[in-house]
Ligand binder design. Structure first.
Ligand code: NAP
Ligand code: ZN
Length: 379
């Protein structure tokens, strides 16, 4: 049986229920790394009899919550889930087995597991037990929601998102480095939400010295990303919002042997300090991957942004553009030196989207990935 059905075979109910799974999954946005965002809905006689979502690593999967809520009513029912049910013993037993044991009649899946080593295994297990399986309902939306999870699996790196705010004439600060505020409140609120959905936010030492940012979500009930500062010199202020670690955790990445006394004072404030050799965006991403992170928001200035782009640490760009002109021949722009001399070398973003956010505009796109997935594929 072809597990990828033509989309015309999906009903409106299928699409609605899958969108409901995605809404449920989003309740855990920013809290699941390194696990995916997953929601599940069980329908019996056109009624929702159970639903749930995966709240975070180490906790039960979405299907388990939905099955618990449905109880006996799962028997003969249809379960919708935005990601293929797992088929391996991890921190929890496989959901495929739980679905077989509950005797559901049909499983509607948004997308197969992105890991090519296990992809299709959960579906095959369900089909072997005689359960009807349908795959690909609202697949594009399912992939979009879990884009960071998919990227982490395929490339063994967190998804890097470069976000900046610039004026209409392409400046991210004035001649003397003043940048508060380029965009209006609505756009800044969107940035707070974006931070809540990301696992880490990175800036360079110069942005800390110039802006003294907080890099928080400004919401008490939203998750706070890990705040990361990359500094070669460690020539950073003694007092800074980022050193107030009760608001959110802070990590300083620096070079081997940089200012040991200052490092000690940071440690005393609860700031984690890690020396990397070399201190580069690529190494920073490797380190954040080792911590289990899926999405990293680069909120740095142009120097570090250029370095991050050229080392392949950025896959997605979010540019907020304000209807303001600041001028200034020395005023910095979002991306510093890339070494290009011809317009033919320009990075052309793909899958472009734009929309207005109040009086500001948000342009979103992806840097083409030339690199093949780093994952080892089965022979
Ligand atoms: N509008 C916006 O969206 C926005 C966002 C961020 C910043 N800004 C503005 O941008 C300006 C700062 O720009 P910037 O480019 O200097 O930003 P940055 O974010 O501070 O990046 C540069 C700094 O990163 C550190 N760094 C660590 N490893 C590095 C590496 N491998 N390569 C390069 N740098 C490395 C260095 O810190 P050390 O010097 O401490 O060694 C370096 O000075 C400020 O005026 C700020 O207001 C605007
Ligand atoms: Zn599972």
């Amino acid at each position: 049986m072809d597990k990828n059905q033509p989309s015309s075979t999906f009903t409106d109910v299928d699409r609605d229920m899958m969108q409901r799974c995605l809404s449920l999954a989003r309740k855990a946005l920013g809290r699941t790394a390194p696990n995916p965002l997953v929601g599940a809905v069980i329908v019996q006689d056109r009624q929702i009899v159970g639903e749930g979502f995966h709240p975070g690593a180490g906790q039960p999967h979405a299907e388990v919550f939905a099955l618990r809520a449905a109880g006996d009513r799962a028997q003969g029912a249809t379960i919708y889930v935005n990601l293929e049910p797992c088929n391996h013993y991890g921190r929890t037993p496989p959901c495929s087995e739980a679905l077989v044991a509950a005797q559901v009649a049909k499983v509607v899946v948004g997308m197969v597991d992105p890991d090519p080593r296990v992809s299709g295994g959960g579906i095959a297990r369900l089909q072997a037990a005689g359960i009807e399986v349908v795959v690909g309902v609202e697949e594009a939306d399912c992939r979009q929601l879990n884009e960071a999870f998919i990227h982490r699996i395929l490339y063994q790196q967190p998804l890097g998102i470069l976000k900046y705010a610039m004026t209409l004439d392409g400046k991210i600060a004035t001649n003397n480095g003043h940048s508060a505020w380029i965009t209006a409140e609505l756009a800044r609120n969107e940035v707070h939400q974006l931070r809540a959905a990301c696992d880490a936010v990175i800036i360079g030492g110069n942005t800390l010295r110039k802006d003294n940012p907080q890099l928080t979500t400004r919401q008490t009930d939203a998750p706070q990303p890990l705040r990361v500062v990359m500094s070669l010199s460690l020539d950073l202020p003694e007092q800074a919002y980022l050193w107030q670690t009760t608001a959110a955790p802070t990590l300083v990445l620096t070079t081997v042997g940089a200012k040991p006394d200052f490092q000690q004072r940071l440690l005393a404030k609860g700031v984690k300090v890690v020396e990397l050799a070399p201190l580069s965006p690529k190494e920073a991403m490797n380190y954040l991957y080792s911590l289990g992170l899926m999405s990293v928001l680069w909120e740095c200035g142009g120097t570090l942004a250029a370095s991050a782009i050229s080392q392949g640490a950025v896959q997605k760009v979010l540019a907020f553009i304000a209807p303001k002109i600041i001028g200034g021949s020395m005023a910095p722009s979002p991306v510093g030196e890339l070494g290009f001399t011809s317009m033919t070398q320009a990075i052309v973003l793909e899958r472009l989207r734009w929309r207005s956010v109040g009086d500001d505009c948000l342009v979103e796109g992806y840097i083409p990935i030339e690199q093949k997935p780093t994952i080892e594929l089965p022979q």
